[in-house]
Design a binder for this molecule. Structure first.
Ligand SMILES: NC(=O)c1ccc[n+]([C@@H]2O[C@H](COP(=O)([O-])OP(=O)(O)OC[C@H]3O[C@@H](n4cnc5c(N)ncnc54)[C@H](O)[C@@H]3O)[C@@H](O)[C@H]2O)c1
Length: 353
């Protein structure tokens, strides 16, 4: 069988995780690299042995030697590039968030349906081996009905600057950038219930804290601290049609003692934690049990192994028609929740979806 020929569009920080995973997949071959920064694209093409380099994604998409693309560009380009790729007959793996708005997300969904091609949303945390392990417990009813979840990703100093901090290009701040991961994780593990109401707040109090010295943090490939139009902090309570609820808070800047991540889900038969490390809680014979699953890593997000699983699944879906783990419709539902949070915060009241 001929390997799936891959084009990677956008060669900043996260593209490395895609490229490493494709290089390890025997059923795919990295064929072309594209970045508006031509030099960056050339260096990456050389490193990963890609034959072709482009600085305009439209030229890459017109190349008949490409079967599928990974889109690792700024959020404002996810919709136009995804739609053009689908129309050009390519399968698409697009980084999270699917888009900046629900309208953009729906246009992508329409293009998926019209093209008959695959689009996978890069909800990488779903693919983490530990998450898939816990999902099996949840699917088999070990926790009963999951009625409450709590998710938090707090960065005290973590505004990546550049396009991340420019609302026109990002669509929002920590909520759409890092909140998307933990909201999606809880929603996916709770069985994708329909969200009905949202009450949320966003704050612009500390700015990007680019004045702070002696601490390093994640930065966009083209870091620039001069512009910051995104929130520092967002919090929300989301209610679902089945009565379940999710409480979330996320920040780029906060006077917190340290960075912190926690993802915890509670059911009527048991509960489990993903961040900061995996564990299971249950009750048996009138005794509470805290159970430590034995896996290679106790981390809720293992990094590379999750990206490898994500890319392997993408190729598997293309080659074998395997059922998708993160299809476009899930990307659309998550956009409804994220945009609902921004809408509720802007109105200062609960909104109904
Ligand atoms: N899954 C994850 O854990 C994760 C982590 C970080 C970022 N991301 C997502 O990945 C995407 C990229 O983030 P990043 O951190 O790599 O950003 P980055 O700024 O480091 O890199 C983005 C790259 O895209 C290029 N680019 C922008 N517009 C382009 C276009 N029209 N055509 C070609 N190239 C273009 C830029 O020149 C840059 O090299 C974002 O959507 C982000 O949300 C996901």
């Amino acid at each position: 069988m001929k390997p799936i020929r891959i084009g990677v569009i956008g060669t900043g920080s996260i593209s490395e995780s895609h490229l490493n995973a494709y290089s390890r997949n025997p059923k795919s071959v990295i064929t072309a690299i594209c970045d508006v920064n031509e030099e960056r694209a050339r260096q990456v093409a050389k490193k990963y042995g890609a034959d072709k380099t482009y600085s305009d994604y439209r030229e890459l998409l017109a190349d008949p030697d490409i079967d599928a693309v990974s889109i690792c560009t700024w959020n404002n380009t996810h919709a136009p590039i995804s739609i053009a790729a689908l129309e050009a007959g390519k399968h698409v793996l697009v980084e999270k968030p699917l888009a900046r708005t629900v309208e953009e997300a729906l246009l992508i969904e329409k293009a998926v349906r019209a093209s008959g091609k695959l689009l996978q949303v890069g909800f990488v945390r779903r693919y983490d081996p530990n998450v898939q392990m816990l999902r099996r417990f949840a699917d088999n009813g070990e926790f009963g009905e999951l009625y409450y979840a709590k998710a938090s990703t707090i960065r005290r100093l973590g505004n990546p600057g550049g396009w991340f901090a420019d609302i026109e290009r990002s669509g929002g701040g920590p909520l759409i950038d890092i909140g998307v991961h933990v909201i999606d994780l809880c929603w996916y593990l709770m069985g994708r219930p329909k969200a009905t109401t949202i009450s949320a707040n966003t704050y612009h109090k500390l700015g990007n804290r680019s004045n702070v010295k002696h601490l390093s943090f994640y930065k966009a490939a083209d870091y620039d601290a001069s512009k910051n139009t995104v929130e520092d902090l967002a919090n929300a309570i989301i209610r679902f049609e089945n009565g379940a609820s999710l409480m979330v808070d996320v920040s780029f800047s906060l006077h917190a003692k340290q960075d912190e991540g926690s993802v915890k889900l509670y059911g009527d038969k048991g509960g489990f934690e993903i961040d900061p490390k995996i564990s299971i809680v249950t009750e048996k014979y009138d005794t509470i049990l805290n159970i430590q699953p034995q896996t290679d890593s106790e981390a809720g997000f293992t990094g590379d192994p999750a990206f490898v699983e994500e890319i392997n699944h993408f190729i598997d879906c293309i080659v074998n028609g395997t059922k998708q783990i993160s299809p476009v419709e899930d990307g659309v539902e998550i956009m409804k929740i994220l945009c609902g949070i921004y809408e509720s915060a802007a109105k200062g009241e609960e909104i109904r979806l």
